[in-house]
Design a protein around this ligand. Structure first.
Ligand code: NTF
Length: 830
């Protein structure tokens, strides 16, 4: 018999999708109501911020019925879903995306027009939530967008940092960090639910006791606790009536401040507990690719994971849910090792709180987690000292010890007591100090482990975790990263989107492989003209943004050569600098006439972790080179270096669509995937890149003729390390490299001061961990080919069109399909 239809739990759940009225007048009424009653201002006296907040809330109303309906149906069907656990979500601005998802953009534009308000100005008012560092956090944002668009049940869990990634400014060319107060002007997209807070405990000790059923159990007598307050955000699917949820936790003290102490006059002491607790969600660690081994960071990780698991088990699941069926209902996806403490936490919940026995709990836990690794750099593989973990989470340490003991017993059994192997595979490292290897814990516990591009997944199996690959056949898999075409094509590049739709019709935005249908247009002269006009248009748009933002100008006749990503030695911004200095030196030495080179504007965007000294020196160097090159009359304006500070998602949306050339020049074997590389290809830039990460898959798809490949291959890198790499020998044997480095060393970019860039020069000549000098010659040769190729406008445009047409694979919708098929088994629900 058909199950009885449950009653709607909320009146609004019955409201027709699309309410309130989707008409211009209906919108204007709602907007003015929000302005008057929400902001308490009249249209005539309202500020741009008032208008932005009122508009955001109005757009929210249009999503509300869908959100409530999604929640109701999920409660009704109990369909299996994904709980994405991520310490970072780099969301970008919300307004444009919400308008796109609801299909309201035109109505809003017209309605605001009637009120004398400019939509673009309101969009510019939004401060993006920068709750992530770079690729890892942006990937999480793309994934939740795709899951909503594909109607897959998903709840994203993370931290509501009060301060996101720092705001970068330059003072005399050096990076200076400022706090990112993204909440200061109001937070119209969030829904706080203090009544649904969870308690998270820390410290204390464990003890054995005899339970009422006569069973010997362990329990954790915690030392202190904080409250975790959920803030919900809508994650709207693209025009499909679905809205998923992102739930970010904020830390608060469990007790209000101590009034007695306050009245006694000791104000600091009165708020001490409050300050201490709130510090946990105060600020995003600005580290990218290296874990910052700080106690507060472990507190952050446990804080959000514990709150999320409790929330899911005790609040999201129905009261009578049989936890033995947990794997049929949820998969917790671990976005890197940051949330891996969730493994012992779920064990603790099942054993200590739900009184399950160990074996049952472990069987469930192993089906409920899957782990994505995002790096190959050994220094980025997170470990927590046993000392710290035992102090902060004593019960978890016990559980980890037992997981490890049982695991190593199995290893020893299978491999005849091979002690070397046992110690290699131990979750507990013994040197340099006893520490928990979080990636090993995740691998042992996870149903699946994946890397983020083909090469990365292969190296993960062969180099980083080979013993585990052997021990757990079938556990390792690959899912190549992807990016959401809604934000990075449709929103970022409306002109290209319109051109595409004119050519192949609608539908490509949710079925990106359909871009293939553009291929024949590469041969169509009129289409090529229009495509070029789109690029030029986007360069003029970037020019307007940079003039206003930084006082920079962009010439739309220049080849726009762009390197935007975190500043990291392995990404090799220095190699890019060596190319620029080489071009500059060719001109000032008279080797080439300015008129004979392809005019280029180089754009950099990059934040360095505040404690990463050499990365900050490299930023200083880029600015130093820019200041000299841009002002040297001999260059005749044919080379230009622009480094707008504070590169973020908002700026990316303007820079990427304008780019001609995408710089993806990491040392082979070091960039796990890259996702910027995909965004550029989809927006019609050609890539100059190494055989690394997802570059490899991009090149395979777009074709060798439409990609500038250079540099050592990963096995060649390994061989060169093994043989003994001597960077200075490249300096000695390549005169052009020598001239470039000498210019820097002699102070040509530091007012004659030879000391300023000595650390960078010294590092390159005597260490060069990432072999910039070994790849220099190949890079320069490839760049010379780029310059020549750009001069053939038609051929270049053909290649650019083919890049767009053949990059549909890099939609994050496809990534999600692969996660669903290979790891999650969570089909679209409704
Ligand atoms: C990054 N990893 C990788 O460095 C990128 O290559 C990759 O595209 C993104 O993840 C997304 O997968 C990290 O930021 C971290 F923290 F894992 F090192």
């Amino acid at each position: 018999a058909a199950p009885a239809k449950p009653k709607a739990t909320h009146a609004l759940a019955l409201a027709p999708v699309g309410s309130p009225a989707s008409s211009v007048d209906g919108f204007v009424r709602e907007f003015l109501r929000e302005l008057n009653y929400g902001q308490g201002v009249a249209l005539s006296t309202s500020s741009v911020n008032d208008q932005y907040l009122a508009l955001a809330r109005t757009v929210r109303h249009y999503l509300m019925a869908r959100w409530l309906e999604t929640l109701r149906r999920q409660a009704e069907t109990q369909a299996k879903g994904v709980a994405y656990l991520s310490a970072e979500y780099l969301l970008g601005r919300q307004l444009g995306n919400a308008l796109l998802a609801t299909g309201l953009t035109e109505i809003v534009e017209e309605g605001l027009g009637k009120c004398g308000v400019d939509l673009a100005a309101l969009r510019a008012q939004e401060v993006e939530p920068g709750l992530g560092n770079g690729g890892l956090g942006r990937l999480a944002a793309c994934f939740i967008d795709s899951l909503a668009t594909m109607s897959v049940p998903c709840i994203g869990y993370g931290i509501r940092y009060e301060y996101g990634i720092f705001r970068q400014t330059f003072v005399e060319g050096r990076q200076v960090e400022q706090a990112d107060s993204w909440l200061a002007l109001g937070a119209p997209w969030e829904f706080p639910h203090p009544e649904a807070a969870q308690i998270v405990t820390f410290g204390g000790h464990t003890e054995k006791y005899t339970d009422t059923d006569g069973v010997e159990r362990s329990r954790w007598v915690a030392g202190w606790k904080v409250k975790a307050i959920p803030y919900n955000y809508m994650v709207p699917g693209y025009q499909n009536g679905r809205v998923n949820t992102l739930r970010l936790w904020r830390a608060q003290a469990t007790d209000a401040f101590d009034l007695k102490i306050f009245n006694s006059g000791d104000y600091e002491e009165a708020v001490r507990a409050q300050t201490f607790a709130e510090n946990i969600s105060k600020v995003l660690y600005p580290e990218d690719s290296t874990p910052q081994g700080k106690e507060l960071r472990l507190q952050q990780q446990y804080f959000f994971v514990s709150a999320s698991i409790h929330d899911f088990v005790n609040s999201v699941l129905p009261k009578d849910f049989d936890l033995h069926k947990l794997p049929d209902r949820i998969i917790f996806q671990l976005n890197d090792t940051h949330p891996v403490i969730g493994v012992p936490e779920l064990m603790r919940v099942l054993i200590d709180e739900k009184k399950m026995d160990w074996d049952e709990a472990w069987a469930i836990t192993q089906q409920c987690f899957a782990y994505t690794c995002h790096t190959l750099l050994p220094e980025a593989l997170e470990v927590w000292s046993v000392d710290l973990l035992g102090r902060l989470l004593p019960r978890h340490l016990e559980i980890i010890y037992r997981i490890n003991e049982e695991f190593l017993e199995r290893v020893s059994e299978r491999f005849d007591g091979d002690q070397l192997r046992v110690s290699r595979m131990s979750i507990i490292a013994e040197h340099p100090e006893r520490a928990v290897r979080m990636a090993y814990l995740a691998t042992v516990a996870g149903a699946k482990v994946n890397g983020v591009a083909e090469l990365h997944s292969q190296l993960l199996r062969d180099k980083v975790l080979p013993d585990f690959d052997e021990f757990f056949p079938g556990k390792f898999t690959n899912v190549t990263n992807g990016v959401t075409p809604r934000r990075f094509v449709r929103l970022a590049n409306p002109a290209l989107s319109e051109l595409i739709t004119d050519a192949i019709g609608v539908g490509w935005l949710t079925d990106l492989e359909r871009l293939r249908e553009l291929e024949p247009y590469a041969e169509d002269e009129e289409f090529r003209d229009r495509f070029r006009e789109v690029k030029a248009h986007n360069k003029r748009r970037l020019n307007r943004v940079l003039v206003e933002r930084d006082g920079f100008t962009v010439d739309d006749s220049h080849l726009l050569d762009v390197m935007v990503k975190r500043l990291h030695e392995y990404k090799r911004q220095t190699l890019k600098v060596l190319h620029i200095v080489t071009e500059y030196e060719r001109i000032i030495s008279g080797e080439v006439k300015p008129a004979d080179i392809t005019p280029r504007t180089f754009i950099f965007g990059a934040k360095a972790a505040p404690g990463y000294k050499i990365a900050k020196d490299i930023i200083h160097l880029i600015n130093g080179v820019g200041a000299v090159v841009n002002n040297d009359k001999r260059v005749e304006g044919r080379l230009k270096v622009l480094f707008p500070p504070n590169y973020n998602v908002t700026l990316a949306e303007k820079v990427i669509p304008a780019a001609d050339l995408s710089e993806q020049i990491s040392l082979a074997g070091k960039e796990a995937s890259g996702t910027g590389n995909m965004k550029f290809a989809l927006n019609g830039a050609l890539t100059i890149g190494t055989d690394d990460g997802a570059n490899i898959e991009i090149r395979e798809l777009v074709g060798d003729d439409n990609f500038f490949l250079f540099g050592l291959l990963e096995p060649e890198v390994e061989a060169l390390y093994a043989k003994g790499y001597v960077p200075s020998s490249f300096y000695e044997s390549d005169p052009s490299l020598k001239r470039a480095i000498d210019l820097i060393a002699q102070g040509a970019f530091s007012d004659g001061d030879r000391d300023v860039f000595a650390p960078v020069v010294g590092n390159l000549l005597y260490e060069d961990r990432f072999m910039a000098l070994a790849d220099y010659r190949a890079y320069i040769d490839a760049q010379d080919k780029v310059g020549a190729a750009y001069a053939d406008t038609d051929a270049w445009t053909r290649s650019a069109i083919l890049n767009v047409a053949r990059s549909g694979f890099f939609s994050s919708d496809r990534s999600m399909r692969h996660y669903i098929d290979r790891i999650w088994h969570t089909p679209p629900a409704f």
